[in-house]
Design a protein around this ligand. Sequence first.
Ligand code: SF4
Ligand code: F3S
Ligand code: FES
Length: 248
Amino acid sequence: MGYDAKFRIWRGDTEGGGLEDYSVQANDGEVVLDIIHRLQATQAPDLAVRWNCKAGKCGSCSAEVNGRPKLLCMTRMSSFTEDEVITVTPMRTFPVIRDLVTDVSFNYQKAREIPAFAPPPDLGPGEYRMKQVDVQRSQEFRKCIECFLCQNTCHVVRDHEENKEAFAGPRYLMRIAELDMHPLDTAERRDTAQNEHGLGFCNITKCCSDVCPEDIKITDNALIPMKERVVDRKYDPLVWLGNKLFRR
Ligand code: SF4
Ligand code: F3S
Ligand code: FES
């Protein structure tokens, strides 16, 4: 049965803005994105929202619902009471373009800074061989839909614009970890993770993992193992001795 849902939505652009109240029809089985679409169709045709699949797979409709990072298409109206005011705001860590749409180019920049997979030069296409266990390890990370909710949530950059240059964020530190775990990757990943991509900023709060709609264990399966590999290299006496000898 339908009811009038109370919504409070951030409207504005690069110049500034504020919250506006709306009352919109909601029906059984709907998600927050359905209500935003009905609002566009009936009251606010100029309301900007980014979306594409409406199935939790494209990663476009990321925003904050009652202050919590969410995919609008996967947030069921049934998770709120009928008299609750539902506040929808754009992701806070990225600059607003308009209304619920943010400029997420920070993430594309960070992706570009990571050197690509580097297989041994003497291996031709079709000659790659990996054990199933190695395939499985990285398969979890490959589920990422690039919604950037983890990047939006991590406290290292959420209210600290000044850290953005030095910190790749959980999604891209996970990418580096994936490459470092790849048995055929020959590039140096550990020192650069620490020194160029800001792995040391992460203090394992796990907020990134908590908001991941794909339920990827970013912290436990990517960031902590990567930290352990960096530490191993630093404190392994043989590596230490090797560094000393070869640096002379
Ligand atoms: Fe989104 Fe999860 Fe990928 Fe982060 S790791 S971008 S939260 S799907
Ligand atoms: Fe940030 Fe996730 Fe580490 S939230 S501090 S990257 S565990
Ligand atoms: Fe594609 Fe929500 S519209 S994830």
